[in-house]
Design a protein around this ligand. Structure first.
Ligand code: GLN
Length: 524
């Protein structure tokens, strides 16, 4: 049951083949069995069982709330949840209990979704590995899959060694692992420079970043306000579309949300290929891109062409400037966002009380990790009066050029761009942390962050296994507010490429269970 899509689970609930409480209990026991993945920071068992019981009452009255009624979901731990600890994986917010729900969380609850827990992430969503959390790194469920272990001759016992397990990507690695391992049907992530799509690709799930302003950020603890978007991680494109339909729409609490009414959509099964134009950006042949991803990318382009679509090479000439531009803009917004954590208003407060300044400084030194502190320092440097024009203002102008590149390509008739999502498959943990996480984060986001700077919707779809037996995703980037078109194309591709993620999820579930059993057996 856990290895099914959200729609299948929703249908089974309606037919009474399974109760919401049974489904919830199965997920809870699987969360326990796969706890070594470190996907969850907080498991909300009590809340989940209560919500599931309420869903069952509604089912017995024949009055379910909506598609998500009784469906187990997880939420990244940077979304505020009323009465439930929200840490951003940081010492700074440890113990913080928000008094309200983020709008997206409330919308899930209004539909009857059952919250399994809050998922692990890089501190304050800064990173691409989910390795920088005060709760420890998240492990990729695929580290335990048969395919990977057979290729590397890793057995159950030594899969626990750091050298043998893989990162999930990040920063929404906990959400990606939670969906991939089958502990919930869908999870919320956040996406500022790729944090939903990157881990989704490494964990073999679908990751959707909606158009900026389509989904409310109210209650999402900000990283970069001008780029942050709540993201959706799911097992198939249809599920992501269904959840987007629930989350999207104007929110009076977020002035950047789009006012126009949002029409929930249903993705058609058929798509008329001969009216479709797919663009292949030539600058996305970036240094470090693995040859097997290049092969997969061109195979996907051929599939569209053979089906009758027009496939054209396009140029997004300012792409090479995006990493530096993102760095200046991101750190500048981080510096101003993080100013609120001063030991007075929110979170951690140091015992140092020599002076107010000393208390501020000690609070921030103790509360933030090195990555966060480094970004605050860079950002404040870029925002200095004498640097502002040379860095911040210039980066704003480059951002506009990057966004205009997309506008030109779409105006020339391209409907959707097809690109890689990541440079390689998931790296082993030790290899990943050997390199400075900041450098690695920057490189990893080369294919994803432009969509954030331009505010465009993008989705990664699992497409194949690498030669090491690990999932590889491909990304589609669409026109602003054209999610219907983007997801229809993504769904067609998902079907054609025939990489059955659901089947793999079932296998991973079994493998994770076997892994846990072996561990307990060997400790007897
Ligand atoms: N890796 C990027 C960063 O560290 C993106 C983070 C995100 O999307 N939250 O800034």
């Amino acid at each position: 049951m856990l290895g099914t899509s959200l729609r299948e689970a929703a249908a089974a609930l309606r037919l009474g083949q399974v109760s919401a409480t049974e489904l919830c209990q199965k997920c809870l026991s699987f969360i326990k069995e796969s706890s070594f993945l470190n996907a969850y920071i907080t498991v909300t068992e009590e809340v989940a069982l209560k919500q599931a019981a309420e869903a069952d009452k509604r089912f017995s009255r024949g009055q379910p709330l909506g598609l998500l009624d009784g469906i187990p979901v997880a939420v990244k731990d940077n979304f505020s949840t009323c009465g439930i600890e929200t840490t951003c994986a940081s010492r700074m917010l440890k113990g913080y209990i928000p008094p309200y729900n983020a709008t997206v969380v409330q919308k899930l609850f209004d539909q009857g979704a059952v919250l399994m827990g809050k998922t692990n992430l890089d501190e304050f969503a800064m990173g691409s590995g989910s390795t920088d959390s005060i709760f420890g790194p998240v492990k990729n469920p695929w580290s335990y899959s048969k395919a990977y272990r057979e290729k590397r001759a890793v057995n159950h016992h030594n899969a626990e060694k750091e050298s043998d397990w893989l990162i999930t990507g990040g920063s929404s690695g906990g959400s990606a692992a939670a969906v991939s391992a089958g502990t919930c049907y869908v999870a919320l992530g956040s996406d500022t420079g790729g944090s939903t799509r990157n881990p989704a690709s490494h964990c073999g799930v679908v990751g959707l970043k909606p158009t900026y302003g389509l989904v409310s950020r109210h209650g999402l603890i900000p990283l970069v306000n001008s780029m942050d978007v709540p993201g959706i991680l799911s097992r198939c494109v249809d599920d992501a579309a269904a959840v987007l339909g629930v989350l999207a729409g104007h929110d009076p609490q977020d002035s950047t949300t789009i006012q126009d009414p949002f029409e929930p959509f249903k993705l058609p099964e058929k798509i008329s290929m001969n009216k479709l134009c797919i663009g292949i950006p030539k600058e996305y042949h970036a240094p470090g891109l693995s040859t097997e991803i290049v092969t997969l990318w061109s195979k996907a382009a051929d599939m569209f062409e053979n089906a009758g679509a027009k496939v054209v090479e396009v140029s997004l000439p300012h792409t090479p400037y995006s990493i530096v531009c993102y760095h200046v803009l991101c750190t500048s917004e981080v510096a101003s966002n993080m100013a609120r954590f001063d030991g007075l208003e929110y979170g951690h407060r140091s015992d140092v009380d020599d002076s107010t300044e000393a208390m501020y400084a000690a609070t921030r030194r103790e509360g933030f990790n090195e990555v966060v502190r480094g970004r605050i320092l860079s950002g404040n440097y870029f925002l200095l009066k004498q640097n502002y024009e040379e860095y911040f203002l210039k980066a704003q102008k480059v951002r506009r050029l990057i966004a205009d590149d997309f506008v030109k390509v779409f105006r020339a008739g391209v409907h959707v761009l097809l690109t890689p999502t990541t440079l390689t498959d998931a790296a082993p943990y030790l290899e990943f942390i050997q390199e400075d996480n900041r450098t690695r984060s920057a490189q990893e986001d080369v294919f994803t962050q432009c969509a954030n700077m331009a505010g465009l919707p993008a989705v990664t779809v699992p497409a194949s296994l690498s030669s090491r037996g690990l999932p590889l995703g491909l990304q589609f980037i669409g026109r602003a507010l054209c999610e219907q078109q983007l997801l229809t194309v993504a769904k067609w591709f998902e079907k054609q490429i025939g990489f059955s993620t659901l089947q793999f999820h079932r296998e991973i579930e079994n493998d994770c269970i076997a892994q846990q059993h072996n561990k307990s057996a060997s400790s007897l």
